[in-house]
Ligand binder design. Sequence first.
Ligand code: MSP
Length: 512
Amino acid sequence: MAEKFYITTPLYYVNDIPHLGHIFEVIGIDVLARFRRMQGYKVFFMTGTDEHGLKNQKEAERRGVSPQEFVDQMSEMFKSIWQQAEISYDYFIRTTEPRHVKAVIKFFNAVRDNGDIYKGFYEGWYCTPCETFWSESQLTDGNVCPECKRPITRHREEAYFFKLSKYQNWLMEHIKSNADFIKPSFRANEMINSFIKPGLNDLCISRTTVKWGIPVPGDNQHVIYVWFDALINYVSGIGYADDEEQFKEFWPADCHVVGKDILKFHTAIWPAMLKAAGLEPPRQVFGHGFVTIKEEKMSKSKGNIIDPREYFNTYGTDALRYFLLREISYAMDGVFSEEKFKQRYNADLANDLGNLLNRTMAMIRKYNQGRIIRKGDGLSASEQEIIASFGALFQSYETRMPEFEYNVILAQTWDVINLLNKYINDKQPWLLAKDSSRRNELETVLYTVAEGLRSLGSLLYPFMPATAERIWQQLGIEQNIPEVAWSEHRRWGWLPDGTQLREPSPLFPRIE
Ligand code: MSP
């Protein structure tokens, strides 16, 4: 039976449209999901939207619609952008859907039955007009609300607490004895030193000031804190409260991918919640970096948001998918610039890859009547080098994919693309074609580049699914890429003799 692989994105707040940072995150996750499917895993890839809480309540009021109408619209917008970005999710969960609400109640009760929820008092700085509590560290302008700048006051209210402190030692032990639990590993040290070692406080998990949320079971005055609610999506979406079989099959999650800003929720609070509810922790949490614009984090308040749809519409989805994962190391922060985007588009996509396909297609049409001919004898040192390079590339690919080392993989892939381009320049098939005694040699060169392109289609598929399929289609391959077993993808010589090319069409028209 196929091994399962359950991978998730965080749930996105719907008070605004997704920006380039969100796209960077979600495509990085999509790449691994696609690769695992190619390898034959039974993948469950989940994403969705985080729809409760004060921010949405307020934004809906501002727009003069009900919170439900507002989140319905915004969630649809996320779905449509995910579709345009070619996100191959298996399930899109919304925290307002009934199965999630049911699961949150079941989970809350399980934790309470375990003795880990108690009633106490929450005290802090409170802005009455904004109905928001602020922590000491958020008060950057003195005793005024960071949002509306009006005076704040001390405020005390009854609230439910989760006994997070109880899990401090267990958590420390768990992180230390599971080297793969928090990745990349430098982030595990960050978490231990900055969050866990200083001591975990019990967590306030209810609010009486918020109306738009899931009421505490048995106490309608209180609404469950958005984070406690949202984290439960990872189990609710696979049937924690309504599909025992599916839940058993997929839990624990193999990988939660999240931004470094929300790592503590996923590596400390969430595992403790699960432990308290009698469930296993996720196998891995991967914390990625940020896309920045001129070194600044992208955010609405800074007004430096880039709408990915503009890029998708102008340059095609795959160009942006490629650029983000090639230019920025997934684990670290990286800068987005339009100039760099255009540069890489023309150099890497239009020239290196696009031209390789164009010239190969043109030569096979001209010299072989559009037929791929496989001789399988008389390989020279340069063909051996290409075959060995693909072998090494596939190997590096297999080990680096689960580590999210996408920029390295793509750089190595482009080295091989350039090796193929150089091979054509060196072999000069146009001269071989003039000499009938060198017919075999010509066919070997043409087969080598065609099979190289076929292999590139296999390797690029998780990153640029539509482009990879177009490469295969133009080469005349009948199958769709994900239908072919991974062991076949990585086998040099897979492209059958006699394959007939189809119509050529440029992959990436140059931009001026
Ligand atoms: N709703 C919570 C998550 C709940 S998960 C149970 C949340 N939402 S968010 O919309 O603010 O952020 C979603 C994800 O987007 C986070 O992982 C965050 O790190 C990521 N990013 C937001 N801005 C980003 C960049 N500029 N670059 C890369 N990722 C960024 O937090």
